[in-house]
Design a protein around this ligand. Structure first.
Ligand code: GRF
Length: 199
């Protein structure tokens, strides 16, 4: 299976996914695509010999359809079977999602369905939750709303800040996303559940 990974920033999840697709893994990375030409993840992809492309969303202003048409043109060249959104920070229109539905994953830094949207770690701490974590889900038109294919839990510790919790969750993201992709690429939707309590 051919996998395209969409990023907006440092791409640490992209690196974890790319490094997992080796040996007898049923998938290989064919493109790393960013909405920011300056995304640090693009250099990390190039360093690993993965083709890259960038479509700067800013010149398109509010014209999401035109921006996405440019994304689709880059994707058509790479002809991926699966899209992995990995720290991709643009909301996709229902039209784009419908085109890729059933073939597109996203990782979200909360235990969905809790804390859809942004600032997930601060919200979990503020709520006094004992646990936090991350979820990999199929992307549907509902923001952070599609079927969950995997979750990883971590404890929220006394004195945690959004930053210390984010770092703990990010480590689990790098384990969860590759585990889910390996199953997904083999058409296996058995949920992945990881517990980072003792890590
Ligand atoms: C992180 O906040 C992560 O929780 C979320 O996207 C952000 C950047 O991740 N998935 P990455 O390092 O660009 O993969």
């Amino acid at each position: 299976k051919r996998v395209a990974i969409l990023i907006s920033g440092g791409g640490s999840n992209m690196v974890a996914l790319a490094e997992s697709m080796v040996g007898d893994h049923p998938a290989r990375p064919v493109l790393v695509l960013s909405n920011d030409p300056g995304a640090g993840g693009l250099e990390k992809a190039r360093a690993r010999g993965i083709p890259t492309a960038a479509v700067d969303h800013r010149p398109f202003g509010k014209d999401r359809a035109a921006f996405e048409a440019a994304l689709q043109a880059e994707l058509a060249k790479a002809a991926p079977d699966i899209l992995c959104l990995a720290g991709f920070m643009r909301i996709l229109t229902p039209g784009f999602v419908a085109h890729w539905e059933g073939r597109m994953l996203n990782i979200h830094p909360s235990l969905l369905p809790k804390y859809r949207g942004l600032n997930t770690h601060a919200r979990a701490i503020e709520a006094g939750d004992a646990q936090a974590g991350c979820s990999v889900h199929e992307v549907t038109a509902e923001l952070d709303g599609g079927p969950v294919l995997g979750q990883a839990r971590v404890p929220i510790l006394p004195g945690d800040t959004a930053e210390t919790l984010a770092a703990r969750v990010l480590e689990m993201e790098h384990r969860l996303y590759p585990a889910v992709l390996r199953r997904y690429a083999a058409d296996d939707k058995t949920p992945v559940v990881l517990d980072g309590a003792n890590s």
